[in-house]
Design a protein around this ligand. Structure first.
Ligand code: SF4
Length: 221
């Protein structure tokens, strides 16, 4: 079993504050609390998934994304919705749950065009487009290369559905090795924290929203 099983959001959490990561993700002291915004995001993802996969009409509240989804649906290639991809530490595809899993990622929409050896990865975002996080797309592209060995190029996009904006990212298979090394180095830091038991706090303007009220940097401490 790998010491660290990670995802884009887990790595982001660790790098934003190791102490919070330990309390929330390692010790599991704080449950995920659903908010109005997260509930809306979950509902939209489900509506988009069912629209593309099952041809199920969009609920009225999400009809504003129909034109965008229709444009994606028109692309040639296999459409895979909410597609789960997991890899071993040797970058071999593996089961989503199991002793060998090292990294996991879910593509909201993956379109695999076997004819032109190209894939499209789309991630729906219901939040603000002010600070687009392209790293999520980088990891998705890497996962696609590992799961679909014939694919040479991945075009990816964050689709800010409410803001009607799209932020694009592209990766060629030749760039994958270097990108994986970057991740290996960063995951090694999480492994080191497990080994040493040192989980340093990283105070930020986000502390008031952190569930770790016991931390001296939390305003409710
Ligand atoms: S309050 Fe701030 S510093 Fe403390 S654990 Fe939470 S995010 Fe980290």
């Amino acid at each position: 079993m790998n010491k660290v099983v990670w995802s884009h959001s887990a790595l982001k959490d660790y790098e934003s504050c190791a102490r919070k990561y330990e309390k929330v993700r390692v010790l599991k002291l704080h449950k995920f609390e659903e908010t109005e915004a997260t509930r809306y995001g979950t509902q939209l993802h489900l509506a988009a998934e069912e629209y593309i996969r099952d041809d199920k009409p969009l609920p009225e509240q999400f009809s504003f994304i129909q034109t965008t989804l229709d444009a994606l649906n028109k692309r040639s290639g296999r459409k895979l919705c909410e597609h789960q991809m997991a890899l071993t530490i040797d970058l071999q595809p593996c089961a989503w749950v199991g002793p060998d899993v090292w990294v996991r990622g879910i593509a909201d929409l993956l379109i695999v065009d076997d004819d032109i050896l190209t894939a499209w990865v789309v991630d729906y975002k219901t939040g603000n487009n002010k600070y687009p996080d392209l790293e999520q797309l980088r990891l998705m592209a890497l996962m696609v290369f590992a799961h679909f060995p014939h694919i040479r190029k991945v075009n990816a996009a964050l689709l800010f559905v409410v803001k009607n904006d799209m932020v694009k990212f592209q990766m060629a298979r030749e760039d994958a090795d270097k990108a994986w090394w970057n991740y290996r180095e960063r995951i090694a830091r999480i492994e080191q924290a497990h080994d040493t038991g040192v989980w340093n706090p990283k105070p930020s303007p986000l502390c008031p929203w952190c569930p770790v009220h016991s931390c001296e940097h939390h305003p409710k401490h």
